[in-house]
Write a protein that binds this ligand. Structure first.
Ligand code: ZN
Ligand code: ZN
Length: 352
């Protein structure tokens, strides 16, 4: 009896140790300082030596905070242009794109005294010929967009006029990764503030990474999609900060097309530079920084003891097909760069 119990106890202990070791091995993996090899990178590129890859960022200009997605009384929003502009200006915003549903703006001199720079845009939505439900934010001055148009027609019309297209809230729309890729958009919302409020489906980072596997120049956007009415009161939850020479329509649009901005729900990048070997970052106080690549590829710094830092230099991985930076403050709020390197050829060819 005793020996059987002892054998049972020994077996139990052996099983426990084995389970602990297995869990430890799994738990250790995400914190492993050595990045695991990407499994589906095609073709592997060395961003530091490839002649077609150029460092995306030039942060020697001025940072301008703005939002690329919001609604006013011109569609289903609750505030006028003047009211929205003042609310955002009071939070430090310098520019706003008006993106009312199927209402393309043509802002002129009447907006010159507004407390923010107003920029033209529109949000179109509907099902394409395959039945996929897309919402698309189009940045630019566009004509001829009408609500009754099929989505594919209004998208074609917008692109023919040079619109910059952003796939809006893909999780909230139920878009698959393949739909996000097939739409051939210039960018995608990785955070949408009103969707966070509506049902928590605010996150588009997985869609973005799927798109990056195919087109590593796809740009990321945090946006409010603000409606600012009693049932949807939120704003200033997700934004972009553009680095440009001046606050003008041309300079902001040029910087957005080049991806010379970051997206944020809290922390700030102050400077993003590369000396050919290392990436150098200056930020607001952050607890963690992560270099993010394809699949499970990642490198991270930071600690769980509440310490923060504002400057860091990191080796740039040489074998990832794309890499971007995520920073996180002590409140768990995050911000993201675009991919650090852009394919000069494809950027020039797309004209975006
Ligand atoms: Zn929408
Ligand atoms: Zn919207």
């Amino acid at each position: 009896m005793f020996s059987r119990r002892a054998a049972k106890t020994a077996a139990l202990i052996t099983g426990l140790i084995s389970a602990i070791l297995t869990v430890s091995a799994r738990a250790a993996d995400p914190n492993n300082a050595t990045p695991s090899a990407p499994t589906s990178v095609s073709p592997p590129a060395n961003p530091l030596t490839s002649p077609t890859q150029v460092f995306r960022y030039d942060t020697s200009g001025t940072w301008f905070k703005g939002n690329t997605h919001l609604h006013t009384v011109m569609s289903d929003g609750g505030k006028t242009y003047a009211e929205v502009a003042q609310m955002y200006a009071d939070r430090g915003y310098k520019f706003l794109f008006a993106t009312d549903h199927h209402v393309a703006t043509h802002f002129g001199p009447e907006m010159k005294d507004a407390p923010v720079l107003w920029l033209d845009g529109v949000e179109i939505g509907g099902r394409d010929e395959k039945g996929c439900n897309y919402h698309v934010v189009c940045l630019g001055t566009l004509s001829g967009i009408e609500r009754k148009m099929p989505l594919s027609e209004s998208l074609k019309l917008a692109r023919a006029q040079g619109a910059f297209t952003i796939l809006a809230h893909p999780s909230w729309c139920g878009n698959t990764f393949q739909e996000a890729i097939d739409g051939n958009f210039d960018g995608v919302e990785i955070y949408n503030h009103v969707c966070h409020w509506l049902n928590g489906k605010s996150d588009g980072k997985a869609h973005w990474n799927a798109m990056l596997e195919v087109r590593p120049n796809t740009l990321a956007f945090c946006s409010d999609d603000a409606h600012i009415k009693p049932e949807h009161p939120g704003f200033d939850g997700g934004w972009i900060v553009v680095n440009a020479r001046e606050l003008s329509r041309e300079a902001i649009m040029t910087a957005i097309r080049a991806g010379n901005y970051y997206s944020s729900c809290g922390p700030d990048f102050k400077s993003i530079t590369c000396d050919g070997e290392k990436l150098h970052l200056q930020t607001s106080p952050i607890q963690f920084v992560r270099l993010v690549g394809p699949d499970s590829a990642g490198l991270r710094r930071g600690s769980f003891d509440g310490q923060t830092f504002t400057e860091i230099s990191l080796d740039i991985p040489r074998k990832w097909s794309y890499v971007y930076v995520e920073i996180e403050d002590i409140h768990g709020r995050r911000a993201w760069t675009n991919t650090l390197f852009t394919n000069a050829k494809s950027a020039a060819a797309s004209g975006s």
